[in-house]
Design a protein around this ligand. Structure first.
Ligand code: PGA
Length: 252
């Protein structure tokens, strides 16, 4: 039996949230302070809210992450943010290779690998996202696509401590659709198997594998109970504490 790592439930706020949204983070932080969760809990707010959210979350166990970083630590890259800057603002992790970045900014596996390595250099956990499109799933190539993305996106610096892999089928993101339990189990089993060959440092069994894509209070318990699912990456339902907290509490 695998010694399972402590699960992680991370909220990805994407390009949502103004100062007024900090009250959601305060509510989540207050709930965690009142009664401990069975998992690590993280919010990845827009960069503008990292520092104020860090202040709002103080005295609680709420962790913060960025949503993307540049591969370089500094320099002439207008509009970009480095892993070191995220760390400086209070983040302990950063999402890299989200499908919206791969799609909107044509990020390749090579880019994602460089960003994950940058996260490690800055002492941040890299949450590396992989996932197939609907076309690829229908063509029966989901496992191949995900395996290929993982191999291309995982830097040599990855360990079980500094790396989390999030399986997010593109067609499940923001659509209300989710794969079947069997399909999630199959992909996560495949990712675990690939990690046994790819991870150079640490235990592949201890790398946290998150499921993401339309995780809601109503389906969280079922998804989180699947073998090799060590938590969730939550988009829409993380914007409101009333939805996010039941997902956190679904972690056993
Ligand atoms: P969703 O997004 O929960 O809104 O589907 C998940 C994600 O993109 O991380």
């Amino acid at each position: 039996m695998r010694r399972t790592p402590r699960p992680l439930v991370a909220g990805n706020w994407k390009m949502n949230g103004l100062k007024s949204s900090l009250k959601q983070a305060r509510e989540i932080a207050a709930s965690l302070a009142k009664s401990a969760a069975a998992c690590d809990v993280m919010i990845c707010p827009p960069t503008t809210l990292l520092r104020p959210m860090k202040d709002a979350a103080k005295a609680s166990k709420l962790k913060l992450g960025g949503q993307d970083c540049h591969a370089s630590s500094q320099g002439a890259h207008t509009g970009d943010v480095s892993a070191e800057m995220l760390k400086d603002a209070g983040a302990t992790a950063v999402i890299v290779g989200h499908s919206e970045r791969r799609e909107d900014h044509q990020e390749t596996n090579v880019d994602v690998r460089a960003k994950a390595a940058a996260a490690h250099r800055a002492d941040l956990v890299a949450i590396i996202c992989v996932g197939e499109t609907l076309k690829q799933r229908k063509a029966g190539t989901a496992l191949r696509v995900v395996g290929h993305q993982l191999k291309g996106s995982l830097p040599a610096t990855a360990t079980d401590q500094n790396t989390v892999v999030a399986y997010e089928p593109v067609w499940a993101i923001g659509t209300g659709l989710t794969p079947t339990v069997d399909d999630v189990a199959e992909v996560h089993r495949h990712i675990r198997k690939r990690l046994r060959a790819l991870l150079l440092n640490g235990s592949p069994e201890r790398v946290r594998l998150l499921y993401g894509g339309s995780v809601k209070p109503g389906n969280a318990a079922e998804l989180l109970a699947i073998e090799n699912v060590d938590g969730a990456l939550v988009g829409g339902a993380s914007l409101d504490a009333k939805d996010f907290l039941p997902i956190v509490r679904a972690c056993r």
